[in-house]
Design a protein around this ligand. Structure first.
Ligand code: UD1
Ligand code: MG
Length: 449
């Protein structure tokens, strides 16, 4: 039996370097708030409890995590990381197991790393605390860990309080700390604030455990996994790293990316096998692309389902609720919203399809517009199987075009069209032979005087 896990995520700080009205931990990476990436990792690690410690802008954080079964622990004054962690105690009165304390601005912490820390606590050397360490290229002002080759910690020290020799140590403290709940609360209560910052330091629980004669150990991980995000530039760098990894994964799973560095995925994009993605494609949330589909260059796709072998773009925009059937086609400068295209249906050029149902094999001519909105309400357009909509038609919803019907080019259709009928909505054409020539002769005579 493994110990139950509780996450204690500290997010009470202001995150001032972000210069934002939005709380730092809610800034998105791959279209998902960074805090939610971290919560996903704890879910994947099977965490039984998740508590977020909030202070500054707590309403924003609460609103973002409330639907996810996360508990909220307020910290009214930011007195330090140990004080913040202690605020989670009430939310975890009934919890007994391993608590993992970490920071809301390290979204890339992996489930496997959480599992490694928990496992390390059950090591035969019975450590009381396991902390996650890393060796960044630039150790900046991170807290330092002084440990032996086996990871047994001798001392931890905050940068502000460290000697020059200690600052020269490359092993840094990520802040991610695993400790049994039965040990955590008493240790946190003993932490004082007699230090350079006058704060209650979380790493002081390690110092206290060592003073008690207990063991504390460091588990190491890649710097990229735990490096914090404090500014817009660091956010952009984190996004770039996430995207690079996702592109690699898409290719490893059998998709071809012609210019991988120009394709932008969302956290939940699903891409099948033998999918071809051309350059400059942007995926918003909620997209699934089935096997053998082709996404041509410069397309913007969100909330859409693209069926097997379907073709999208170049320059297509699929908005939420676009569902493209097998082998259907959506071509250049076509926008599709809340519309289902049946198998093999085509809208190849310059079209808007909104709130529509389009039958299999239907052909939507260039410049067709579903007029779905009257400024107050939205209405539906239904186009039957095999129907043919002539170019530059306006279909004024609600309207139904029957299966196999043909709408003549340039028609503004306001009434239903029966199956297999022809609908023409345009004035009769008049033709006057020789009129052009006579007009020119008359006008040039007039001009000469
Ligand atoms: C902390 C660690 C340091 C570590 C580094 C890793 C301490 C004392 N130091 O330093 O060893 O190398 O992180 O990034 O823990 N927070 C609260 N309430 C508070 C104070 C902080 O919720 O009262 C939250 C902040 O919102 C932030 C996190 O805790 O998300 C870390 O606080 P921060 O002030 O950034 O700590 P560092 O000085 O970076
Ligand atoms: Mg920090």
């Amino acid at each position: 039996m493994t110990d139950p896990i509780a996450a204690i995520i500290l997010a009470a700080g202001m995150g001032t370097r972000m210069k934002s009205d939005l709380h730092k931990v809610l800034h998105p990476i791959a279209r998902r708030p960074m805090l939610l990436h971290l919560l996903d990792a704890f879910d994947a690690a099977g965490a039984a409890e998740k508590v977020v410690v909030v202070g500054a802008r707590r309403d924003q954080v609460e609103a973002a995590v409330a639907p996810l079964g996360v508990k909220i622990a307020p910290q009214d004054e930011q007195l330090g990381t140990a004080h913040a962690a202690l605020m989670a105690k009430d939310a975890l009165v009934d919890f007994s197991g391993v608590a993992i304390v970490c920071f809301g601005d390290t979204p890339f912490l992996k489930a496997a790393t959480i599992a490694r820390l928990v496992e390390r606590l059950s090591g035969t050397d019975a450590p009381r605390i396991a902390v996650l360490g890393f060796r960044p290229d630039d150790a900046k002002a991170y807290g330092r860990i002084i440990a032996d080759r086996n990871g047994a910690i001798d001392k931890v020290v905050e940068y502000k309080d460290a000697s020059d020799d200690e600052r020269a140590v490359k092993l840094c403290n990520s802040g991610v700390t695993a400790v049994r709940s039965t040990d955590l609360w008493p240790l946190l209560k003993r932490v004082g604030n007699d230090n350079a910052a006058g704060e209650y330091y979380l790493p002081d629980i390690i110092t206290l455990a060592l003073a008690d004669g207990d063991r504390a150990v460091v588990v190491e991980t890649d710097a990229d996994e735990v490096i914090g995000i404090n500014s817009r530039a660091e956010l952009a760098y984190a996004e770039a790293r996430w995207q690079a990894a996702r592109r690699e994964a898409a290719m490893a799973e059998g998709a071809s990316l012609v210019a991988p560095e120009t394709v932008w995925f969302a956290y939940d994009t699903q891409v099948g096998r033998d999918v071809l993605i051309e350059p400059n494609v942007f995926f918003g949330p909620g997209v699934s692309i089935a096997d053998r589909a082709i996404i041509r260059a410069n397309s913007h796709i969100e909330g859409a389902t693209v069926g097997e072998g379907a073709e999208v773009g170049p320059y297509a925009r699929l908005r939420p609720g676009a569902v493209l059937g097998e082998k259907s086609k959506v071509g250049n400068f076509v926008e599709v919203k809340k519309t289902v295209l049946g198998k093999g249906a085509k809208a190849n050029h310059l079209t808007y399809l909104g709130d529509a149902e389009i039958g299999a094999g239907a052909n939507i001519g260039a410049g067709t517009i579903t007029c779905n909105y009257d400024g107050f309400f939205k209405y539906k357009t239904v186009i039957g199987e095999g129907a043919f909509i002539g170019s530059n038609s306006a279909l004024v919803a609600p309207v139904t075009i029957g299966a196999g019907a043909i709408v003549g080019a340039g028609s503004t259709v306001t009434q239903n069209v029966e199956a297999d009928a022809l609908r023409l909505v345009r004035p009769r054409q008049e033709s006057k032979p020789g009129w052009g020539k006579r007009f020119r002769e008359m006008m040039s005579a007039k001009k000469k005087g």
